[in-house]
Design a protein around this ligand. Structure first.
Ligand SMILES: Cc1ncc(COP(=O)(O)O)c(C=O)c1O
Length: 366
């Protein structure tokens, strides 16, 4: 670490305590009201959070669930996808996208990405067979993944796309995560399935509530399906309702920081292209000496993260599951080059300048 920056504060990728401080005047009374009301599961706050999720994606409705992973699993189950079915997904995403497909017994088919990290629509078309039942475009880092017209079910993995304008809307169902580090993050695990088809959403709700189709509040109810427990709880809903009040503002701040990075970072750092609609869930640079650049940031007390170190088709856990392996040259290279740098709304100008200066120095001295 240089003498100059030895005393500089640590700049982290996300500062959840700072975010909570910003929303605590709204969040604390709501969370306390929830604790005092006894409405711990179900109740009006869940409905309000669901309506908020639907609004962000311009959809008719939403169902609160336990996590983004469950949102994907329940979406697949609601569409009847299971063993013998193939589901196409991109090589760059968080493992949960593939984990969800495996959880319903279906086989993931992993395809290459474009230079922005989202799935390549032509690679999807080339990989589709009569066994393919669904496609999961991941709106990676907030960039909208676009597909060619298709007859297959599409489930949008929008875990990283809250705040996009317009919101990505390719599929019949949208799966959202509200894990704390997400831009609309709660105070624990949570997620939503979002859709226009209210009947389909009711199926999701049933599957995530033990399969209850009859008199849902009576203990000895009649089960129409084999479901399980994946419900959003009211404390999460209260936190999310409070967190949403600053969501737009925080997304705008992220976009401003991204614009500044685009203008001031050394061109050799090749920022990952961002669509104008993107809420900039992550800001990434691309460089063949990525690890050296990351060491330069570490030395100056600046956190950075490698998203994602391996394309999905190289994940050890999937080696016995994959039956087909289309080539993924772009994703392979991106996984060697990508580095995410801090872009959260709590960054001030001094910190942003420090990040830019450190990166530009690191790249010029390679
Ligand atoms: C693209 C993507 N899909 C799915 C998930 C899973 O969400 P959760 O952690 O809420 O289960 C995540 C979370 O990191 C994600 O980034």
């Amino acid at each position: 670490m240089s003498q100059q920056h030895q005393c500089d504060e640590y700049i982290s990728m996300v500062n959840l305590a700072q975010r909570y401080e910003e929303i605590s005047p709204t969040a604390e009374p709501l969370i306390l009201d929830t604790l005092r009301s006894g409405h711990y599961i179900g109740g009006p706050l869940i409905l309000e959070a669901e309506a908020t999720a639907a609004k962000w994606f311009n959809r008719q409705g939403a169902v609160g669930v336990n996590s983004g992973t469950d949102a994907l699993i329940l979406s697949l189950q609601a569409l009847g996808i299971g063993p013998d079915d193939e589901v196409i997904l991109p090589a760059i995403t968080f493992f949960a996208t593939a984990g969800a497909v495996c959880a319903v017994g279906a086989t993931p088919v992993i395809v290459d990405t474009l230079e922005n990290g989202c799935m390549d629509p032509n690679a999807v078309d080339n990989a589709a067979t009569s066994n393919t039942k669904a496609i999961i475009p991941v709106h990676l880092f907030g960039n909208p993944a676009k597909l060619n017209p298709t007859e297959m079910w599409i489930i949008d993995d929008a875990a990283q796309a809250i705040g996009a304008s317009p919101p990505p809307k390719q599929g019949i169902l949208t799966a959202l995560s509200t894990y704390p580090t997400k831009t609309w993050g709660g105070v624990g695990d949570g997620g939503f399935v979002i859709a226009d088809d209210l009947e389909l959403l009711q199926r999701v709700r049933t599957l995530g509530n033990h399969g209850l189709t009859d008199r849902p509040h009576v203990h000895h109810s009649v089960m129409g399906h084999i479901g399980r427990n994946s419900r959003l709880d009211s404390i999460q809903a209260a936190a999310l309702i409070a967190m949403e009040t600053t969501l737009l503002e925080r997304v705008e701040k992220r976009r401003e920081i991204a614009t500044q990075y685009n203008a001031e970072l050394h061109p050799d750092l090749r920022p990952l292209p961002h669509d104008p609609s993107s809420p900039v869930h992550q800001y990434l640079i691309r460089h063949s000496s990525r690890d050296q650049i990351q060491r330069g940031l570490n030395d100056e007390n600046i956190q950075s993260t490698i998203y994602y170190p391996l394309p999905l088709n190289q994940q050890p856990a999937l080696q016995k599951v994959l039956t087909r392996m289309p080539p993924t040259p772009t994703a392979n290279r991106l996984c060697d080059e990508l580095l995410a740098i801090p872009v959260h709304a709590g960054l001030n100008q001094t910190q942003t300048h420090r990040i830019i200066h450190t990166l530009n120095t690191a790249v010029s001295t390679l």
